[in-house]
Design a protein around this ligand. Structure first.
Ligand code: MLT
Length: 329
């Protein structure tokens, strides 16, 4: 083929590629986007995903569907997205468990955190140590004494090995040097129902799900797990675990948004921009603030910063888990 024809051929191929990329970029999303929540409905991750989904719907002009895939501490839902089509239509909303699973599960149902594209962090929330209202202990000091009488008789609910409630429970047991009877669920939604029903005794639950039940008198609050007390008027009197004698105790639960790793860059850019705008949505912020939570700053919605943060969390929690020898499998 002579030089002229080669140049024309080259221009033709280039214009076809540009138009395909352009079409892909211009049209995404052309159908509903699914947010996979790796826990059952009714828990904090589900609530965060639904609130975020409503804000994302406005940005993407497409319906946002929530798909709950519970089980194995969130690893089944995470695997669902790791192996989904890398087209931007199946995303994962997950928390600190995304960073602890690679250490806790020596046989993960996906290859690890590099199976994902990072779209940005969403929010960060304290957890609370809560109990059934029929417990006689009114303060953490009373609770500590009650636990000490026979830890094996104390039923602590969580959402599966590697869940935020499980990790927080691990840290409380290690601080108290007490091994409780732990009861796993596929999410803290159903666990909360049993706690309110009095069939389990305690749970370490994220403020997202705990604050309405504490304010409604449905569960008894003993402490908050963050370094600082919550600022919400009805929660401000709740002491931190650090104030209550567990020196340096600090657990907060962050959530992030992920896509399968080979999702095309223009689609990732569009999703990250939509997340960035969604986190500024007044309705989303009003709902988060009513729970004493704030969405993350713009800098933490930056994909590279999100990935760097997760890598640091993997390293941090690996030390805690290896020291506790608390593997899931
Ligand atoms: C949930 O939504 O059920 C929680 O995030 C589970 C957990 O405790 O990690």
């Amino acid at each position: 083929m002579d030089k002229m024809h080669r140049r024309v051929w080259g221009l033709t191929v280039a214009s076809v590629l540009l138009s395909v990329a352009g079409v892909a970029r211009a049209e995404f999303p052309e159908k509903p986007v699914t947010l996979v929540v790796p826990f059952t409905a009714g828990g904090p991750s589900d609530k965060i995903a639904r609130d975020l989904g409503e804000a994302l719907r406005k940005q993407l002009n497409q319906p946002v569907i929530i798909e709950n895939v519970g089980g194995a501490g969130g690893t089944l839902g995470t695997a669902r997205v790791a192996t989904a089509a890398a087209d931007g239509y199946t995303l994962l909303v997950h928390h600190i468990g995304f960073a602890t699973a690679p250490t806790l599960y020596r046989k993960l149902p996906y290859k690890g955190i590099d199976e994902f594209a990072y779209l940005g962090l969403i929010n960060e929330a304290p957890s609370t140590l809560i109990g059934r209202t029929t417990l006689t202990a009114k303060t953490f000091a009373d609770l500590r004494k009650w636990i000490a009488t026979d830890p094996t008789k104390v039923n602590l609910a969580h959402a599966g090995v590697g869940s935020a409630s499980h990790l927080c429970g691990l840290m409380i047991q290690s601080s108290l040097k007490a091994e409780l009877n732990t009861i796993p669920y596929k999410g803290t939604g159903p666990a909360m129902s049993d706690l309110m029903g009095g069939t389990v005794d305690l749970m370490c639950e994220q403020a997202t799900n705990a604050v309405p039940q504490i304010e409604g008198g449905k569960v008894r609050a003993y402490a908050v797990t963050s370094k600082e007390r919550m600022k919400l008027p009805l929660m401000a009197s709740l002491p931190t675990l650090a104030e209550s004698g567990l020196a340096d105790f600090s657990v907060t639960v962050w959530h992030g948004l992920y896509a399968p790793k080979n999702t095309p860059a223009p689609v990732l850019t569009k999703l990250n921009a939509a997340l960035r705008s969604a986190l500024k949505d007044p309705e989303l912020n009003k709902r988060q603030e009513a729970l004493g939570i704030s969405v993350v700053s713009d800098a933490r919605v930056e994909p590279a910063a999100h990935k760097k943060f997760v890598e640091a969390e993997v390293a941090r929690w690996a030390k805690v888990i290896q020291a506790a020898g608390a593997y899931a499998d």
